[in-house]
Design a protein around this ligand. Structure first.
Ligand SMILES: O=c1ccn([C@@H]2O[C@H](COP(=O)(O)OP(=O)(O)O[C@H]3O[C@H](CO)[C@@H](O)[C@H](O)[C@H]3O)[C@@H](O)[C@H]2O)c(=O)[nH]1
Ligand SMILES: [Mn+2]
Length: 748
């Protein structure tokens, strides 16, 4: 499919890629930051001086001030993302013109873990779309890691391999851009016309249907074996299978008509830790080094299908650019999603990360590693181990006992994508099984200094942090056509619990000796880059001011204790300025990244919800884990949605079918604010004074307004998806208890 176009003369002077600073955004951001920091400084001055004037500052005042300090600190850290945003452009045609014959090999790694939550048919669509990447065939290999060790996934993969035999030639022949068959057959957006094309399309469609049917039948018969497979998913021997034409030698990929496809299910046993996805990726690293050993690696989650086959070439526009390639570790594409609704009430698109934070970091040392959709240099993962002068014995202490692995390392170090073709295939497979066994990593540096790092359930964040600390750079590539599309969570419960896992992971890093604020500064990272990492690592702290500001001012309102200056007082202006400007800045960001105005409200809401639920649960888990009281866990997110769930989500209606631990805190806080707001309004009516309490009344009003869907779910909705009355009652009881108890304390 790779075609070399004749370039117009002016293009011949173009580089492979361009980096354009977003000057206008930088000016807006920096002016805002300057004014806002003056306002925050005055607020702190106001609080401190009022403490000096009153004889003994009250506890609520101290708590609110502490919250304001935490919020200000996090705000300050977050400014690093806004300092120097850039955007990038690639010119794959230029790359082909100069480097067509020197393109390096790429190994694609796809991870799956649970055939129930990650239906094999969907996973195979990802596999097929990766097989169809627009890249020289002999230089592309696809590896699937199946942590579930499921016979079903293996079966589906053989079927997928079969389907690829027809699908790949079809894509190549007609230049199909939508190389994920499921999407292609539901849209046909490659409008190519022509009789031959139509005929071929019909034929291939039948083949896809057949493929789909085979997998579905297997799925149905597999259901009955669920129990054994659950057992199996935690305890099974390794199984590795190289799929290839019978005529073809596994190692002779250069002659192949199809990319190599390899199924890897590592050995798992309940007695040894498997380190979740990071563990799976490290096994793939070792296994692939025996087979294709490509110098570059594309990592994909099982639901992240390729949506633009040229992504590999786009990534190579950076990796092969002599100006930046030597210290470039990875090219990160944004995670984008195929199932977002117009309203996107749960902020499934993660807008702030992929439209603001990563472009911002791209102007510094580069975006963080985001788990999927990145092209990584293999060498970067081997760390400082692979030096010319290192002695083999020492190398084995790092990499484990396999001689073949050590040898392969030198080959990849020499930028040679050639395989281990000095080994016979049977010997090679034997070695891969050894490398995929449970015990291989014992007493090695895998997960500590080599490969994807353990110690945090967000292996991506932690691994990326270490790379940047060692001086590696990264690049954010965000082309107009999404390069990859995944499945976003469409349920409140899933979104908040996924957020809890992420925040548990980053907080694990915060509590370790790798805490970015310290570790980053003593390493080779710049101050701004360190600040970006520190912001994410401390983000769970948002939970403290959120809990505080949703309860204390309300309690004080009911007890007639003012916490903010009177409206007539000029200091009130400072508070209003900070509140209004931070909202305007957020709005500016939402609109300038091409989103509708309701995104702004959705994000405010989900941010508060995450602060209360995800950040709280996440940081608690991390703390418990730190003291050895609880094991941090990586439970894969559900990727199947029932019709009912999809309907709610599509209509933008909150689905409150969620566990009580997720719902009760939210409902309690809303109830509490309803009571205090009512109390505040009653006070105005009876006493006629609103001046000194306005700040607190407004705060409650604001919280209620943003969380209107919860009020609706409690009082106005009927049927499925509403908040169960039992949760409402429980929350009411807790709020009243809190208010009574709190008032008692305030009176003493
Ligand atoms: O023991 C495990 C657990 C998970 N996975 C795979 O990891 C991927 C990501 O899991 P998912 O459930 O989709 O988690 P998300 O929260 O959606 O993932 C985000 O967050 C993770 C870190 O928590 C990153 O690894 C992911 O790339 C990033 O997309 C999936 O392909 C899983 O099959 C494994 O291979 N083994
Ligand atoms: Mn996912």
């Amino acid at each position: 499919m790779i075609k070399q176009m004749k370039l117009p003369p002016q293009m011949e002077t173009l580089p492979f890629n361009l980096c354009n600073p977003k000057k206008k955004s930088a000016i807006i951001n920096r002016s805002y930051a300057l004014l806002h920091s003056i306002a925050i400084t005055s607020l702190i001055f106001y609080r401190l001086s009022s403490f000096l004037h009153s004889r003994r500052p009250s506890l609520p005042h101290l708590l609110v001030f502490a919250s304001e300090l935490i919020l200000s600190f996090l705000w300050l850290l977050s400014q690093a993302y806004l300092w120097r945003p850039v955007s990038r452009q690639t010119f794959p045609e230029r790359l082909l013109q100069e480097k067509k014959d020197e393109l390096p090999g790429i190994d694609v790694f796809i991870c799956t873990a649970d055939p129930e939550k990650e239906p094999p048919l969907e996973v195979m669509n990802t596999v097929v779309s990766a097989m169809a990447l627009d890249y020289p065939i002999g230089k592309l290999s696809v590896y699937v890691s199946d942590d579930g060790g499921s016979a079903l996934t293996l079966h589906a993969m053989r079927e997928a391999w079969d389907f690829c035999r027809s699908w790949l030639p079809f894509c190549r022949r007609f230049g199909i851009k939508t190389s994920c068959p499921k999407v292609y057959f539901s849209r046909y957006d490659d409008d190519l016309g022509g009789k031959v094309y139509e005929e071929e399309k019909e034929k291939i469609k039948q083949k896809y249907k057949l493929f789909e049917e085979h997998v579905k039948i297997a799925e149905q018969s597999g259901r009955m074996l669920v129990e054994t497979s659950i057992l199996n998913s935690k305890n099974h021997a390794e199984h590795i299978e190289v799929m290839q034409d019978a005529s073809q030698n596994a190692t002779d990929t250069n002659q192949a008509k199809m990319p190599l496809l390899v199924y890897v299910s590592r050995e798992k046993s309940t007695s040894s830790p498997h380190h979740f996805k990071a563990g799976a990726l490290n096994v793939l690293l070792r296994v692939s080094s025996m087979i294709s050993n490509s110098p570059y690696i594309l990592v994909l989650d099982c639901d992240m299908r390729c949506n633009d086959p040229t992504s590999a070439l786009q990534a190579m526009c950076f990796h092969l650019d002599p100006k930046i390639s030597s210290n470039l570790a990875f090219v990160q594409f944004p995670q984008m999603f195929h199932n977002l609704s117009k309203m996107d009430i749960y902020d499934g698109q993660l807008r702030s990360i992929f439209s603001v934070k990563w472009p911002g970091m791209d102007g510094l040392q580069g975006p963080m590693l985001s788990g999927t959709c990145f092209y990584m240099k293999r060498q970067a993962l081997y760390g400082d181990v692979v030096r010319e002068d290192i002695d083999p014995i020492q190398l084995k202490q790092y990499l484990g006992p396999s001689n073949e692995l050590v040898k392969s390392l030198h080959r990849s170090n020499h930028h040679n994508s050639a395989n281990n073709n000095d080994l016979p295939i049977s010997r090679l497979l034997e070695e891969t099984r050894f490398l995929a066994s449970c015990t291989y990593e014992t007493e090695t540096q895998w997960g500590k200094q080599v490969g994807f790092l353990y110690n945090s359930v967000v292996e991506d964040y932690f691994t990326g942090l270490n790379l940047h600390c060692k001086g590696w750079k990264s690049v954010f590539c965000n082309p107009p056509r999404p390069a990859f599309l995944g499945t976003a969570t469409t349920k409140l419960n899933d979104t908040l619990l996924q957020g809890a896992r992420w925040n548990c992971g980053v907080f694990q890093v915060t509590l370790s000796r790798f805490s970015p604020l310290i570790y980053g500064l003593i390493s080779r990272m710049s101050l701004l880059q360190t600040t970006c990492y520190a912001y994410l690592s401390l983000q769970p702290l948002y939970s403290l001011p959120m809990w505080c500001l949703a309860t204390i001012p309300q309690l004080c309102l009911l007890n007639a204790i003012p916490l903010y200056p009177k409206v007539s007082n000029s200091w009130f202006m400072i508070f209003s300025y900070i509140f209004i400007m931070s909202h305007f800045k957020h709005l500016e960001e939402v609109l300038s990244t091409g989103n509708p105005i309701w995104t702004w409200l959705n994000e405010q809401r989900i941010w508060m919800m995450k602060s209360i639920i995800s950040y709280t649960i996440g940081s608690l888990n991390a703390v418990l884990n730190c003291f050895g009281l609880r094991e941090a866990n990586f439970v894969p997110t559900n990727k199947v949605a029932d019709d009912e769930q999809v309907t709610f989500y599509q209509k933008g209606i909150f689905n409150f079918q969620a566990s009580t631990i997720v719902l009760a805190p939210l409902v309690t806080l809303v109830t509490l604010n309803m009571i205090s707001f009512a109390g505040g309004v009653a006070r105005i009516i009876i006493k006629g004074s609103w001046n000194e309490m306005f700040g607190q009344i407004f705060l409650s009003f604001y919280i209620l307004m943003v969380h209107y869907p919860i009020i609706e779910g409690m009082m106005l909705r009927k049927g499925k998806g509403r908040i169960p009355p039992s949760v409402t009652l429980l929350s009411l009881a807790i709020s009243i208890a809190f208010l009574c108890f709190g008032s008692l304390i305030l009176m003493t």
